[in-house]
Write a protein that binds this ligand. Structure first.
Ligand code: 1CP
Length: 359
């Protein structure tokens, strides 16, 4: 369905979409569902269109960004699209020397070790990323009543790539810098907050209906370290975006001990991985006396390989536990694994919609 962004029908449908209603804690016709990393290698049509183009080149080509973003919407009938890009794209766009290596992830040529290394790390201006504005505008027009989620990496998770030089399991260098040179750490994280604010603002101003701040690796930190070294910088991002009035989602893996702190950073919707049941997540978010807020999650991606007889009762359980929150957006507890059978994801979407109807 192609409608102009100005069309009153599309604007109404968007405003009343199950995703945005759930994100605002309003009643919904069915529980909305989308999948983190729903675009990508699990889809044959993605592998075909990406052939011969690097990941970062693809992110800078509106024709590819639009098509790849739409592929999972078309195939699965998910309730939201997520913009096809990467958390390191805004750094690449201002000239930071990095690449995304196939099968590895982001690799940074000169890891951050000193204050001078921060010089190239600056926020994008709209002129740096005209292809982002163009892609978002085209998507909003093509998506009609389906919301587009913009996203960025949170300061800690992006800092981890800049300090480690690439993917890391223990984030040891990042923690060493944080504790060993707190002045440099806070300068880096503050700079990355500005990077996220600028990148998200471009996406929202071009028409994104919601944003998700990915702090994927924050779960590596103790609550004490998170509160001191990370929360103020993520809070800066959320505060700066409040003016736009779009729902702000926040997610990290293994963040069971951090859910209250991540919520308090300023999230409107708290993403939960599979380790903490959603009703328990609500208890943790409200433990400091703040009112409950919508949650997103949290099917274990590993179960996508377990067969329908194992998946279906998990969907029932998650939908039941999600009722503890004023809004529930169904998702996986992390991204779609590349070897996932797309038919299983389609089945999950149909089941979530069917089972949650009228209630
Ligand atoms: O060639 C390829 O297909 C490379 C694989 C790939 C893809 C499809 C990468 C490299 N990034 C992406 C796109 C992407 N990245 C999206 C849009 C797709 C969608 O969701 O439908 C999003 C939201 C991201 C965000 C992202 N990139 C995160 C946060 C989300 C998460 O999964 O936790 C992180 C941590 C990254 C870094 C990154 N980029 C790529 C990889 C393989 C990684 C992870 C590397 C690691 O394990 O550290």
């Amino acid at each position: 369905v192609t409608q102009s962004p100005q069309s009153p029908t599309a604007a109404d449908a968007l405003e009343n979409s199950a995703f945005l209603r759930a994100a605002r804690g309003e009643s919904v016709p069915h529980t909305p569902v989308w999948f983190m990393r729903q675009a990508g290698r699990s889809l044959p049509e993605y592998r075909a269109i990406r052939a011969g183009t690097t990941m970062l080149e693809s992110c800078m080509r509106p024709d590819l960004v639009v098509e790849i973003t739409l592929q999972p919407v078309r195939r699965y009938g998910v309730d939201a699209a997520i913009f096809f890009s990467d958390i390191v794209l805004p750094l690449k766009a201002v000239g930071v020397d990095l690449e995304i290596q196939p099968g590895v992830g982001p690799v940074v040529a000169s890891p951050v070790r000193s204050l001078e290394d921060l010089d190239p790390v600056r926020p994008v201006t709209p002129a740096d990323v005209t292809y982002i504005t163009e892609s978002v505008q085209e998507l909003v027009s093509r998506l009609g009543g389906t919301p587009l989620i913009g996203f960025a990496g949170a300061p800690f998770t992006v800092a981890s790539y800049l300090v480690e030089g690439g993917p890391s399991k223990d984030h040891a260098k990042t923690k060493a810098l944080m504790h060993g040179d707190p002045k440099l750490w806070h300068a880096l994280a503050d700079r990355l907050a500005d990077v996220a604010i600028a990148y998200l603002s471009v996406q929202i101003e071009a028409g994104a209906s919601a944003i998700q701040l990915f702090d994927s690796w924050a779960g590596a930190l103790s609550p004490r370290d998170y509160a001191e070294f990370v929360q103020p910088h993520s809070a800066k991002v959320f505060d700066a975006l409040a003016q736009y009035g779009v729902p702000r989602l926040h997610f990290g893996v293994n963040t069971g001990e951090l859910l209250g702190l991540m919520s308090a950073a300023g999230a409107d919707v708290v993403g939960v991985d599979w380790r903490v049941p959603l009703d328990e997540a609500v208890r943790r978010i409200t433990a400091d006396g703040t009112p409950a807020k919508p949650v997103q999650g949290n099917l274990d991606p590993a179960l996508l390989f377990a067969g329908w007889d194992a998946i279906e009762p998990e969907i029932d359980r998650i939908l039941a536990e999600g009722k503890a929150a004023p809004g529930h957006i169904f998702n996986l507890g992390h991204g779609v694994p590349p070897s996932t059978d797309p038919e299983v994801l389609h089945q999950v979407v149909r089941a979530v919609h069917e089972k949650s109807k009228h209630g």
